[in-house]
Design a protein around this ligand. Structure first.
Ligand code: PEP
Ligand code: MG
Length: 756
């Protein structure tokens, strides 16, 4: 028997039908609505390679040095050609085609997916690639099945198995062939809150096929449903720009723009939510553990496409609806005074202190809420005393947002006019998750520090193949950052240290001398390097925008620029005026001499190899051997992304995506301009394309990749990057834990996909 029907498959048929086949069979058997289909069994694949006598050749072709990318590519090509070039036996062909013809009317579009098996699942991650072909017809069916077999030998799968020492001949592959559900709407459902374990169903939904939601290319609607009452507690309706559909003519899956009238429409009706809830209960009961389900709606019916256990619920989550509740049941009520962006999580009440001039800062007492136009570096001591921070201006990457997250102080930024709406002395409550400000005081027990503060100091850290690091801007945050269990610091910005001096570097040096300036940098970096030792700390040379430095003493000498974001900053400034840049490099040299070999050097805003080679030259002049130290660049401009191979030739060890800038330069959207904030989208396909292509080129050239922009804290970006094979992700302190869990979840999914 080359094939078995899903109706006849059960969970313990793993060896025969792989993980995906077994799970779909189990769901079918439990009476859940699964599209009809069959599985080409794993033994069919095994018989195919053995009977054709290609097995020995196949397995020896993929025994290569996994760090040698040319050898890896060659191994993949050999294995792929062997499988695709070997004809399928006639009896197998007939059996598969017969089974296909009995689905639907005999000419159905089917989805063909690999479902690998393994004798032993390794405990550490080894991701592989899962091949999926959608909208397949009879004509392409057999080739698609073979392509699924060959997907067992993608470069990535070979890489991971060789790295983990997992034998290639122990993995078999089955292929699931299932009727396509031409979904009008689709998405995912968690039968419990995926990180807190609360008894709430979280549903994400978008128009069209599910690929757009699962791959993160569309922002889906989000529904939080109370499992007891069935009430939709919150429905966040997203602007759904794109959808994935089947092209009527070619049958291929294509991305389309969502028609204007549907973009802002709520995707799910109450009836569909109720049906999903019902299926969620059934599937969780069946498996006796919370599930992460992919679903689709076609012709009014809800189908289940896949279900797996949720792996991200933290060990310390108690699963009740009490203290861990992140969504207040009163939702958006009338007493919301004003709104902004929730920039640092937590809920805090206190007395508003309107800060308009620096000399008001001493009036900020312990537990007050600072309300100001925009925070400045000099405010950091007052920000530490404050219970919360509110600003008129700025976005998620503004000074206020970055510093408050690092200090663990709830913050709402970009409110527009808080300083004129709120009166000094008013008692207010700010919610840094929702971005709201309310009048009055929240009861003590409802006030909440950022989530990870309430967690154990030594968190149970999931082991991930992708490193999860943390961003630090102020050395005072080092201890808190290190306590997250992060694998190192992905970005330590020097400019916050310099800004705290209150003077431009030139003025500071004029008054205190070069040595004192170097000492300041050494002592700030050392604090972080010491806290993390031996974990690596990536320190960026100064990226000083003229508008920020103008506020400092000596700032009157900063050039006046029409658009500072496109102006005199980053490495171009360092190279143009090496007198300051040189001193930063001397600070690195001192740190290395002091034994901080965990410090890494990173250059900001490079455009091309010339920038990199000139910076490298300065590094050598400062006595730093680029061959002995880890050094690299930020990828913040499309030019840098497009020149990545030349940058690799220049000798960089790593490339780190600065998505705050990469997004603004790719989309021509000023990151500090609230008038265009609605089109600032780090997950825009163009930004993702630049990132994805750069990762691929870096993998080929042996350069490590990382992200240190704000988007690294977003689960969707983390998902995209892990799937692309990024080496590390650096997140904000408050997001490290969630990112660790998201990375684990995606890696496990890739792992399971590779062995199913
Ligand atoms: C970035 O551009 O993403 C980045 C991390 O740098 P900064 O926010 O300091 O410009
Ligand atoms: Mg930047």
């Amino acid at each position: 028997m080359a094939v078995v029907w899903l109706d006849d498959v059960r969970a313990d048929d793993l060896d025969l039908v792989g993980g995906k086949g077994a799970s779909l069979g189990e769901l079918t058997g439990a009476g859940l609505p699964v599209p009809p289909g069959f599985v080409v069994t794993a033994s069919t694949y095994r018989a195919f390679i053995e009977d054709a006598g290609i097995d020995d050749e196949l397995f020896s072709a993929v025994e290569v040095d996994h760090e040698d990318s040319a050898a890896l590519k060659q191994a993949h090509e050999t294995a792929h050609n062997l499988i695709m070039g070997t004809p399928m036996p006639e009896d197998v062909r007939e059996e598969i085609l017969d089974a296909y013809r009995s689905i639907g009317d005999g000419d159905a579009f089917v989805a063909v997916r690999s479902s690998a098996t393994a004798e032993d699942l390794p405990d550490a991650s080894f991701a592989g690639q899962q091949e999926t072909f959608l909208n397949v017809t009879e004509e392409e069916l057999l080739e698609s099945v073979k392509a699924c077999w060959a997907s067992l030998f993608s470069e990535r799968a070979i890489y991971y198995r060789n790295r983990k020492g997992f034998p290639h001949d122990k993995v078999d592959i089955a292929v699931v062939v299932q009727q396509m559900v031409d979904s009008e709407k689709s998405g995912v459902m968690f039968t419990r809150h995926p990180s807190t374990g609360e008894k709430k169903v979280i549903i994400e939904a978008a128009w069209g096929l599910g690929e757009a939601v699962v791959s993160g290319t569309v922002s889906p609607d989000n529904y939080v449903v109370n499992r007891e009452s069935g009430d939709v507690e919150t429905a966040t309706i997203a602007d759904k720009k794109t959808m994935c559909v089947r092209d009527e003519e070619t049958g291929q899956t294509v991305d389309r723009e969502v028609p204007n009238e549907k973009r802002h429409d709520r995707v799910l009706t109450d009836g569909e939510v109720a049906r999903l809830l019902e299926l969620g209960e059934l599937v969780e009961d069946h498996y006796e553990t919370p599930q992460d389900v992919e679903w689709a709606v076609y012709d009014g019916d809800v189908y289940m496409l896949q279900s797996r256990p949720i792996t991200t619920i933290s060990e310390d989550a108690n699963g009740d609806d009490g203290a861990n509740e992140r969504t207040r049941s009163d939702g958006v009520s009338d007493d919301v005074l004003m709104r902004g962006l929730g920039a640092s999580p937590g809920i805090a009440s206190g007395r508003a202190r309107i800060v308009t001039k620096l000399d008001h800062l001493d009036q900020v007492a312990e537990g007050d809420i600072i309300v100001t136009e925009m925070t400045m570096p000099d405010m950091v001591p007052a920000m530490k005393r404050a219970a919360g921070i509110v600003t008129d201006e700025g976005g998620m990457t503004s000074h206020a947002a970055i510093v408050s997250r690092e200090l663990g102080v709830p913050a709402v930024v970009g409110t527009g006019d808080a300083t004129t709406t709120i009166d000094d002395g008013d008692i207010i409550t700010i919610d840094g998750d929702k971005g709201t400000i309310r009048e009055g005081e929240e009861p003590e027990e409802k006030q909440r520090q950022p989530v990870e503060e309430a967690r154990p100091k030594t968190p149970v850290k999931p082991m991930t193949a992708t490193e999860v690091k943390v961003n630090v801007s102020i050395p005072e945050a080092a201890e808190r950052a290190a306590a997250t269990g992060a694998d190192g610091v992905g970005l330590l910005r020097i400019e916050h240290m310099v800004l705290t001096l209150g003077k431009t570097p030139e003025r500071y040096i004029e008054q205190n001398g070069e040595r004192a300036y170097v000492d300041e940098i050494v002592s700030g970096v050392r604090e972080v390097a010491e806290e993390f030792y031996p974990r690596p700390v990536r320190v960026r040379t100064l990226d000083a925008p003229t508008d920020e430095f103008r506020q400092l003493e000596g700032g009157e000498n900063e050039p006046r620029e029409h658009n500072p974001m496109l102006g005199y900053r980053g490495i171009r400034r360092g190279l143009d005026n090496p007198s300051i840049f040189r001193l930063e490099l001397q600070a690195f040299r001192r740190l290395f001499d002091m034994g901080y070999d965990n410090v890494e050097v990173m250059f900001p805003l490079v455009n091309d190899a010339e920038d990199v080679l000139r910076a490298k030259e300065h590094m050598i002049e400062a006595g730093i051997d680029p061959d002995k130290r880890e050094w690299g660049v930020m990828i913040e401009t499309p030019a840098a992304a497009l020149s990545i191979r030349e940058l690799a030739d220049a000798g960089i060890d790593f490339a780190s995506f600065g998505t705050n800038d990469l997004t603004q330069y790719t989309l021509a959207v000023d990151r500090n301009n609230e008038h265009v904030a609605n089109i600032y989208d780090e997950l825009h396909p163009a930004v993702l394309k630049l990132i994805g292509d750069t990762i691929e080129a870096c993998r080929e050239t042996g350069v490590k990749t990382s992200i240190c922009g704000q988007a690294g804290s977003k689960p969707k970006m983390a998902q995209f990057l892990v799937e692309k094979g990024v080496s590390s992700i650096s997140a904000n302190i408050d997001a490290v834990r969630d990112v660790q869990h998201e990375v684990k979840r995606v890696e496990q999914r890739l792992l399971l996909d590779s062995v199913r």
